[in-house]
Design a protein around this ligand. Structure first.
Ligand code: BG6
Length: 502
């Protein structure tokens, strides 16, 4: 990459002293710097409430790189990177003075760089600050009036359809839609992007990628961690808002979308949005049948005894918030009519695994004698998103021996083995795209709203019918019994991983 061809950029991080900047953004930017992806004329300006000198700011960020970066810090690379960390402003993130100071800082850099500086505003802050910050930026002329200006917003984007619509309205008064980058970090994961490569870069799979051959799809995002220090946030969110509305629906879109004509941002995003429009809304009276919620009690995770959700910091002892969701959805379109998509996510589950399982229909006629196929199971493709990064194709093969007996076997592709390279973190990809102005991997306003419109009816039913059985699964299990029932009703079961997630 010829760095001098990249537009001069000032990256302003609101919440620069916070956790996201420390653990994710700065380590990702450090990697981009080492790999030569940052423009020659580049500056990072930190803004936060916390009083810090520039030296303290550098020291703090350095510990973040040391602790969380996939690359080991080396002094020469750090000193190049530290030269980008030009300023730290201590200020109230919603206060008008803060924006005056920023406008001046950006202007100074613009002049020093010969007249051009694209400001990118990264809001690594609480969602309540999105509107005040955007308004402040608009007031000092840092919004629409600068075409190269961009604003990056983290999830959660709203907490229901109405609030997401209101937020979209306010943001689009200040920035053009193409200047707004709504992050869903799952889209930056290599293994998620590879689903598109797998589907649309190969002739093998697409011809069978529809209702004629696919029996059902399972999407699981299971975590072994609990809510950690985020109890306060989680008490207002829950798993449906925190994971399903965004990450799981984005995985669903990637698996189910039509082939795009090109990889232009709008074309890809249109095709994904079509999927959300095709999802059949869950009628109120069927929520109890098609959606399951759960909350973890105390239990054992990998040999360690862990507390119940209700005993986590900042969580109410009577909390009704769900930490687990399972859903069955259908898409009303030609490709997917009648194919169930089973989605589930939870905290404190038995294994840390994110994966998509595509299960094919049985062969139309079984010519082998019953004894030959006593171990038969459907052909499956397993897309392991994390922590294993691999794809498995399972099919039947003849067991060695004089008689015909079939057994399932796997073909396996592993990223690490095939490419002998480390996978970049999602935030590296996403930050690079923001700097380049490529919005393909970001959520458009209508996508976010379409996702909320699917989640809203479930939220409403759940909120008006508080659960009376929480906690209903033990930490370290696969969720509540009702999640097994949801899929067992269709004569199926959740895919079980061997111990290491493969
Ligand atoms: C975040 C959620 O968006 O994604 C967290 O707020 C969750 O609750 C996290 O733990 C999971 O991300 P990853 O990349 O670790 O799977």
């Amino acid at each position: 990459m010829n760095r001098s061809l990249l537009s001069p950029t000032v990256l302003v991080i609101f919440g620069a002293a916070g956790d996201l900047a420390w653990r994710k953004l700065i380590p990702a930017l450090y990697c981009l710097s080492v790999e030569g992806w940052l423009p020659e004329k580049f500056a990072i300006v930190g803004v936060d409430r916390k009083e810090m000198t520039k030296e303290e700011f550098h020291g703090h960020l350095r510990t973040g790189v040391e602790s969380f970066c996939r690359r080991k810090l080396d002094e020469a690379s750090w000193s190049t990177f530290a030269s980008f960390l030009t300023q730290y402003h201590c200020g109230d993130l919603g206060h008008p003075d803060t924006f005056g100071v920023l406008a001046k800082a950006i202007d100074d850099l613009r002049q020093a760089w010969g007249g051009s500086a694209n400001p990118v505003f990264y809001l690594a802050t609480s969602p309540t600050l999105i509107e005040p910050i955007a308004t402040g930026l608009g007031k000092v002329g840092l919004g629409k009036s600068i075409p190269g200006s961009r604003i990056v917003v983290e999830k959660p984007f709203g907490r229901d359809l109405a609030s997401a619509q209101a937020l979209n309205r306010s943001l689009t008064e200040i920035f053009e839609e193409k200047q707004i980058f709504r992050i869903d970090h799952y889209l930056g994961k290599e293994t998620v992007q590879n689903i598109l490569a797998l589907r649309f870069g190969n002739a093998w799979f697409e011809p069978i990628w529809d209702r004629r051959y696919i029996d059902y799809v399972q999407i699981t995002v299971a975590e072994t961690i609990g809510v950690e220090q985020r109890g306060g946030y989680y008490e207002r969110a829950g798993a449906l808002r925190d994971m399903v509305q965004n990450h799981l629906f984005q995985l669903l879109c990637t698996v189910a979308m039509e082939p795009p004509v090109s990889f232009e941002a709008e074309e890809v995003r249109n095709k994904k949005t079509d999927v959300l429009h095709a999802v059949r809304p869950v009628p109120t009276e069927l929520v109890h049948r098609l959606a399951v919620r759960g909350q973890y009690g105390a239990g054992w995770v990998r040999g360690e005894h862990v507390p119940a959700y209700r005993s986590e910091p900042a969580v109410s002892l009577e909390s009704k918030m769900e930490t687990f969701v399972a859903l069955k959805v259908f898409l009303d379109n030609w490709r997917w009519q009648d194919v169930p998509f089973y989605l589930r996510t939870g905290k404190r589950m038995a294994q840390h695994v994110s994966q998509v399982v595509i299960s094919l229909r049985p062969v139309p006629h079984q010519a082998f004698p019953a004894i030959a196929v006593d171990q038969w199971h459907p052909n499956r493709m397993i897309l392991n998103i994390q922590p294993q990064e691999s794809i498995l194709l399972s099919f039947q093969a003849k067991r060695p021996g004089p008689t015909i007996r079939l057994s399932p076997v796997d073909l396996r592709f592993s990223y690490r083995e095939a490419f002998k390279a480390e996978t970049p973190e999602a935030y590296e990809t996403l930050l690079r795209d923001v700097i380049l102005g490529d919005s393909t991997l970001f959520m458009r306003a209508d996508q976010v709203e379409a996702a909320w419109s699917l989640v809203d009816p479930i939220l409403q039913v759940w909120e008006s019918n508080p659960p009376n059985d929480f906690p209903n699964y033990s930490a370290g299990s696969w969720g509540p019994e009702a999640a097994q029932v949801l899929i067992a009703r269709d004569g199926r079961s959740w895919f079980e991983n061997p111990e290491d997630g493969e």
